[in-house]
Design a protein around this ligand. Structure first.
Ligand code: DGT
Ligand code: CA
Ligand code: CA
Ligand code: ZN
Length: 575
């Protein structure tokens, strides 16, 4: 776990203890430890033993090190076992924290949303000391809203469930092959539920195995070919649909349940014109009712004289008419131009990041830690930046991958940059980004972004709108002006691949490519696991229909080097 994850887990431990009714001193010890750690600017590696900080005791320090080194700790594992999983979603209800939920659990035996609702209706909640009638009404209202608008989950939230269910299906007896479908396969930013298509030699056995699986929580419905359930993965309930089909129907079912609804309408129209009918089993001849089956989706599309249409573009637009051969794909990516190390707030060293990028088959990468303004992230002073870059050049000599020296420099609230031009002239790849004063008026935000674009050494703007999916809108950006200025000045715009960000968003990416702006899909990895987010970013780029050549990290290292050796100039696509 990196530092941020450790902090979040300490908070979770505190909440779980509250639910269990642990004594207030014990609860606050974990909160205090988290606050103390957060205030300290050092990374956990640099800090060494957390017990040397005032406010962190020996026991808590051991837990912090456990979390950091192994990703979990005995206490947290026990708490997750003991605290009823149905209580966790209740933490999101307005006005209900760990303490109140703990009392509802201990005094009324409530373990789920349904039970809480019943208790409110029976007026048992208002009878408790410190709750009252008003609180009860508010809880009921919040519960109803939770039921009415089940929130959509982000890709970051469902990814652990996809991995766990995938690992299960890989070894489940009777499973011949499986694939994700629905909005997840189409790479949407958020999903209502996950959809899995499973080809089975023995459907009943597979269905039974799914119902018995360790992740299976509430089963919403189960039949011969369809199971709907809530999967409990890492404190979160994720709704999942399984469709279990015969192998000969796998490709048709996969297409059918990948959707989108609007894409399926287009395909049905096409089939109808040819006297045929598409179903989830195959394609039926409308006259004699005979059925054609398909081994692959490629074969399915070929049947209708179409090339394979990428799932990301199946949204009922003009996808049947377009040529998707130049659409960027994950395999085209040759490097990652935005990542962090222990020099600022990353979890690994330059060398470790280089080894991981090598393992991914990359031929280049840029090390881009935070600049001095970002004190919470241990941003680099000019001296530390220079020392780091010496280190980067040393690692470059030793490894079979080209490391660009770089920095993610803060654009300060007044629109000036965090480092002098003299220092920046020595850096291979300068990224500029906004991490402060998000509330400023659009005019000031644009002054900052435009100043960065006009800067002779700023090559790229990272996460240009600052949004966090489902949590934060981002600052006030005039998209048209940003795109125009990026094109005029030869500044690359980032598609940040972090599933919480996906910034720029698809509609802006489409406009940017149209105006000739170059893009870079980067993970902004703070931990080497996060290098895998590249796949998420590429899905988003594909949804925007972006061509390979628009994305600079599909180029080879020599082309990027040559491009960086030239002074900045208006962007030109192609060679
Ligand atoms: P969401 O809302 O993020 O789950 O989006 P999808 O596209 O995954 O929607 P979902 O899970 O309701 O259905 C998966 C796909 O199945 C959908 O894109 C189109 C296809 N489909 C086939 N028959 C039906 C149907 O009767 N109703 C709906 N809603 N979709 C259907
Ligand atoms: Ca779905
Ligand atoms: Ca579904
Ligand atoms: Zn970054």
């Amino acid at each position: 776990m990196n530092k941020k994850e450790v902090l979040q887990t300490l908070e979770k431990i505190a909440v779980y203890l509250e639910i269990q009714g642990a004594n207030a001193f014990r609860v606050s010890a974990y909160r205090k430890a988290a606050q103390t750690l957060e205030k300290d600017e050092r990374s956990l590696e640099e800090l060494g033993d957390p017990a040397q900080l005032n406010g962190i005791g020996k026991g808590t320090a051991a837990i912090i090190l456990d979390l950091h080194n192994t990703g979990t700790t005995e206490l947290f594992d026990e708490l997750k076992e003991e605290v009823p999983s149905g209580l966790i979603p209740l933490l999101k209800l307005q006005g209900l924290g760990g303490k109140k939920i703990g009392r509802l659990y201990q005094e009324l035996g409530i373990t789920s949303a349904d039970e809480l609702k019943k208790a409110c209706e029976d007026k048992r909640v208002q009878a408790m000391s410190g709750f009252g009638k008003k609180t009860e009404e508010k809880i009921l209202q919040a519960l109803e809203e939770m039921g009415q608008r089940p929130e959509r989950l982000t890709l970051a939230q469902v990814q652990p469930a996809v991995e766990m269910i995938g690992a299960f299906l890989n070894t489940a007896p009777g499973v011949l092959r499986w694939e994700t479908a629905g909005s997840y396969r189409r790479g949407r930013e958020t999903v209502k539920d996950l959809d899995f298509i499973v080809a089975a030699s023995d459907a009943a056995a597979v269905a039974e195995a799914v119902l018995q699986a360790p992740f299976t929580d509430q089963v919403q419905g189960s039949g011969e070919t369809k199971i709907s359930l809530d999967a409990a993965v890492e404190d979160l309930l994720v709704p999942v649909d399984f469709r279990i089909v015969e192998d000969r129907s796998f490709a048709a079912a996969l297409h059918h349940f990948t959707g989108s609804k609007d894409h399926n309408v287009l395909m049905r129209q096409r089939a109808k014109a040819a006297g045929q009918k598409i179903s989830e089993y195959g394609v039926e001849d409308a006259d004699d009712g005979s059925m054609v089956y398909f081994q692959t989706e490629e074969a399915f599309f070929r049947h209708f004289d179409l090339p394979w249409i990428p799932p990301e573009v199946r949204e009922g637009g003009n996808e049947l008419e377009q040529d998707w051969r130049s659409l960027v794909k994950l395999d085209d990516i040759q490097g990652d131009m935005h990542m962090h190390t222990t020099w600022s707030d990353g979890a690994q060293s330059i060398e470790e990041m280089a080894d991981q990028c090598l393992r991914k088959g990359y031929s280049f990468m840029a090390i881009t830690d935070h600049s001095q303004y970002l004190k919470v992230a241990n941003g680099l002073t000019p001296e530390r930046l220079q020392r780091q870059h010496e280190e980067v050049r040393r690692v470059r000599e030793e490894k079979d991958i080209h490391l660009f020296t770089g920095v993610e420099m803060d654009i300060l609230p007044d629109g000036t940059m965090d480092y002098d031009k003299g220092l920046l002239a020595e850096v291979d790849y300068v990224i500029a980004s906004i991490h402060s004063a998000f509330q400023q008026e659009e005019e000031q935000i644009m002054h900052r972004l435009v100043s960065a674009c006009r800067h002779p050494y700023v090559r790229m703007i990272a996460h240009p709108t600052g949004r966090l999916i489902g949590r934060r809108e981002g600052y006030a950006v005039d998209e048209e002006q940003l795109i125009r200025t990026a094109a005029e000045t030869g500044t690359v715009l980032e598609l940040n691949a972090n599933p919480n960000r996906l910034d720029l968003a698809v509609p802006i990416l489409i406009k940017a490519e149209k105006e000739g702006v170059l893009l870079s899909v980067n993970t902004d990895a703070h931990h080497y696991d996060m290098l895998e987010d590249m796949a998420v970013g590429i899905k988003a780029a594909r949804r925007a229909g972006i061509s390979k050549d628009t994305i600079i990290n599909t180029w080879d290292a020599d082309r990027i080097k040559a491009w960086l050796e030239q002074p900045k100039s208006p962007l030109v696509k192609g060679d």
